[in-house]
Design a protein around this ligand. Structure first.
Ligand code: PBG
Length: 333
């Protein structure tokens, strides 16, 4: 039946009716807050220090103790987890800071789990913040990234994170076979129960620009297109996700989020696994810039974006807006 019998507006007439038929929910418990922990800002004893990141207003590089404060605040707001990125004091060709038992992420993981045990700690497993060349793996003489040698170091990194108390490890390097290698290494070292959240469909995206400034992880030469995906490819994203499932991933990720809603949906359908969407730095920066200029209402825009990612099929959303969103959601109820 069509108009005039069918009137779609009947169920839009009041907040009560709209709430009754709302298809998608958004809760703080679905959000993950990324944190940048800065080793050079000093260890536990020093006062908490925070350094603003110019391209990401509201996001800071945190000293260890400031990261613990931030984790406490996130937990109090009902946020599910923090995702840790490390800024090491020193970098080298092998990215050894990534798998150092006393590396910055390992220290931060221990400190946060001790102070706020109920908050989940997810660690980003990659070499790019720790290598002097800024690539996500080991670089051969000809400048190419050596897949299999990199995978070994990534597995070592994941185990060191698990040993420090990470609840979930999240490889973001895009090397082939890394999920299997990480699973085997974790199992062999007594961490059979540590889940893997695979950055399965991670694209070579312009939207990572602000993050690379924040983490000082831009490649010194070339780009990441020989390992991250071509933004034109959707079927390949599903293939990547299915491979990660075969290799033992417990959750899969699509990244970036906003321009990739179709893939959130198709990866969810194909894998039937929990899917995380990463609302990345450039997506955050666009909203913050427009809001600061008075072009957009920040609160309404952010809640619409996050709801749209849930509608596309994301179970979990990694977002720099997490604290603001959690506050706004609490005010709504
Ligand atoms: C590390 C990594 C990156 C991001 C998450 N993990 C940077 C990259 O691949 O260049 C990007 C996150 C963001 O832009 O918010 N490999």
């Amino acid at each position: 039946m069509a108009f005039p019998q069918t009137r779609m507006r009947r169920l839009r007439a009041s907040a009560g009716l709209r709430g009754l038929v709302r298809e998608t929910d958004l809760r703080a418990g679905q959000l993950v807050l990324p944190l940048f922990v800065n080793e050079t800002a000093g260890a536990d004893a020093s006062p908490p220090s925070r350094e603003p990141i110019a391209t990401m207003p509201g996001v800071e590089r945190l000293s260890l103790s400031a990261a613990v404060d931030e984790a406490r605040e996130a937990a109090a707001l009902g946020i599910a987890a923090v995702l840790l990125f490390g800024l090491p004091a020193e970098k080298d060709a092998q990215g050894s800071g990534a798998y150092d038992e006393d590396g910055v992420v390992q220290l931060a993981t221990r400190a946060i789990k001790q102070a706020v045990p109920e908050l989940l700690v997810i660690t980003d497993v990659c070499l790019c913040e720790y290598t002097d060349h800024g690539h996500c793996g080991l670089v051969r003489e000809d400048g190419s990234v050596d897949n299999d040698a990199s995978v070994e170091l990534l597995a070592r990194t994941a185990v060191s994170h698990a040993r420090a108390g990470a609840d979930i490890v999240a490889p973001s390097d895009m090397m082939d076979g890394r999920v299997r290698a990480i699973r085997e290494e974790l199992d062999g070292e007594g961490f059979a129960e540590t889940p893997i959240l695979a950055y399965s469909a991670k694209f070579a995206s312009a939207f990572y620009g602000p993050f690379r400034e924040a983490a000082d992880s831009a490649p010194a030469f070339g780009d990441r297109r020989a390992y991250q995906m071509d933004p034109a490819n959707g079927r390949e994203a599903v293939r990547e996700a299915l491979l990660d499932v075969q290799e033992g991933a417990d959750m899969v990720m699509v990244k970036p989020a906003l321009a990739y809603g179709d893939l959130i949906r198709s990866v969810k359908r194909a894998t039937r696994l929990p899917v995380a969407a990463y609302n990345v730095s450039g997506e955050y920066a666009m909203v913050k810039a427009a809001a600061a200029a008075g072009y957009l209402d920040e609160r309404a825009t952010v809640l619409e974006i996050l709801t749209s990612l849930r509608r596309a099929g994301a179970d979990t959303i990694i977002t720099y807006h997490a604290k603001d969103a959690a506050r706004w959601l609490a005010e709504q109820t």
